[in-house]
Design a protein. Structure first.
Length: 463
């Protein structure tokens, strides 16, 4: 037993250093903590650290420089997102839901995914826009687009933002290839590896995956039906001094909650006090019947950057999003856009602009809101009949955040459902603190297929 304990402590040393190298907190050529310093940190003996360092050196992960210490080897393995943190069950990995949903067969039920079924999109508007685009001049079909994006679409985005109380001139708007690219560019502009970023707990799982790719430290703030827990938000600001806070305010993902004006004002005051930037993801804006106040509207795009896209209500195939920000930040974002993608996605931008200005789009959105409201009521009741309880009754959107019956684990349920061809979204994929093990996010628009509830029922009864 004594030998086994020694091996375990040596493995702790090796694992600690490997994880720091994988996360790039120890980059190639960086000096490792001294033997004595790491021994104090890990509460092991100096000889244990010496042995651990020796084995890492034998593996080629680190090198010894006599009289100087140990350093990370110059040749290290490429970064893998799965290696940045501890090995997690694949069912609660932030990328698990995306991969399963994107790779599933077209006719497979996907109540865990984050988009509408193809039949719910405005097919006629898109086809008319495609026909119009096919008649465009050759330059529109072949040339690079402006880095800022199509002027007509930026003007349209500015008008749409104004309808929700956010004043943004066209030269404050940068078009992107998606909402995800929008956040990626902002992270490239404002973050350094090791910076702390606040997110809601729970939050959209791809926030966590993207921040992991930027080697940021993610800290979750408990989320309530009115927005982030303000006291916990203030405590996190004081203790962690984060660089960013990323959130949904109008229709929160995954909970469907709406940020209250009172909480919004307190959040903005704290952001100003501690000097942090807020990234407001407003991707679900068109799902609202009546727009609620936006952080960007209260703030005037000073400390708040707003992003959005058209993938949730228009088309997930026509990749187009936007960033609305103050001019000095926008210049840096444009430079990054050129460096990483060169010109704008002119074809997609023209397609989106034509479809949004088509008279059928507004009718489509009005119908969609009504259809989703009916689906939320029907699916909510069907889930209650199975003993699955919605956390709140959302005002808008496609999601229900639900608690499973006592004793059930959402990750286990997701694995069982996947074996039967059903993609679910277990709660801990959304929770930085992994405290949502009994929760599940359901996309009500993806639950029309009778197989969905039947399979869910059988999986619940088998647990």
């Amino acid at each position: 037993m004594a030998e086994e304990a020694v091996r375990t402590r040596i493995d702790l040393v090796r694992t600690t250093i490997r994880e720091r190298i994988a996360a790039r907190s120890l980059a190639a050529g960086a000096k490792l903590p001294s033997v004595r310093a790491l021994a104090r940190t890990l509460r092991v003996s100096v000889s244990t650290v010496v042995e651990g360092y020796g084995r890492l050196a034998a593996e080629g992960a680190i090198v010894s420089r006599p009289g100087s210490g140990f350093y990370v080897a110059d040749q290290i393995a490429p970064m893998a997102l799965s290696a940045v943190g501890p090995k997690l069950d694949r069912a609660i990995d932030p990328l698990w839901i995306s991969r399963q949903s994107l790779e599933a067969a077209d006719d497979a039920p996907k109540p865990g995914c984050g988009w509408l079924p193809a039949s719910w999109f405005p097919d006629a508007s898109l086809r008319r826009a495609l026909r119009a685009l096919s008649r465009a001049e050759a330059g529109a079909l072949a040339d690079y687009g402006s880095p800022l994006g199509l002027p007509a679409l930026r003007q349209l985005v500015g008008r749409r933002l104004g309808e929700r109380g956010v004043e943004a001139a066209p030269d404050q708007i940068l078009l992107t290839e998606s909402g995800t690219q929008a956040i990626d560019l902002i992270c490239r502009l404002l973050l350094e590896p090791g910076d702390t970023v606040l997110v809601d707990d729970p939050c959209y799982f791809n926030f966590r995956a993207l921040l992991r790719a930027h080697r940021a430290e993610v800290v979750g703030v408990p989320f309530t039906p009115a927005g982030p827990d303000v006291e916990a938000f203030a405590a996190a600001l004081a203790a962690r001094r984060p660089r960013l806070y990323i959130t949904n305010s109008a229709v929160h993902n995954p909970t469907g909650a709406t940020l209250s004006p009172a909480v919004a004002h307190r959040v903005l005051k704290l952001a100003d006090l501690y000097g942090i930037v807020i990234v407001e993801d407003d991707i679900f804006a068109d799902f609202e019947h009546t727009p609620v106040p936006r952080l960007a509207g209260f703030d005037g795009l000073d400390r708040v950057i707003q992003i959005g896209s058209f993938s949730k209500t228009l088309s997930a195939a026509a990749r187009c999003g936007f960033i609305a920000a103050r001019p000095d930040w926008l210049d840096g974002l444009v430079d990054l856009r050129i460096a990483t993608a060169f010109g704008g996605g002119h074809l997609n931008e023209a397609l989106v602009c034509a479809a949004l200005t088509d008279g059928g789009y507004r009718r489509h959105v009005e119908t969609l809101r009504t259809r989703l409201a009916r689906a939320r009521r029907a699916v909510g009741q069907a889930l209650r009949d199975l003993g699955v309880e919605p956390w709140i009754e959302p005002r808008a959107g496609m999601f229900l955040w639900c608690m499973l019956p006592e004793g059930l684990d959402a990750a286990d349920l997701a694995r069982a459902a996947l074996a039967k061809g059903l993609v679910l979204a277990p709660g801990n994929a959304f929770s930085p603190s992994f405290t949502a093990g009994r929760f599940m996010r359901f996309n009500v628009a993806q639950m029309e297929d009778p197989r969905t509830l039947e399979t869910l029922r059988s999986c619940l009864e088998a647990r």
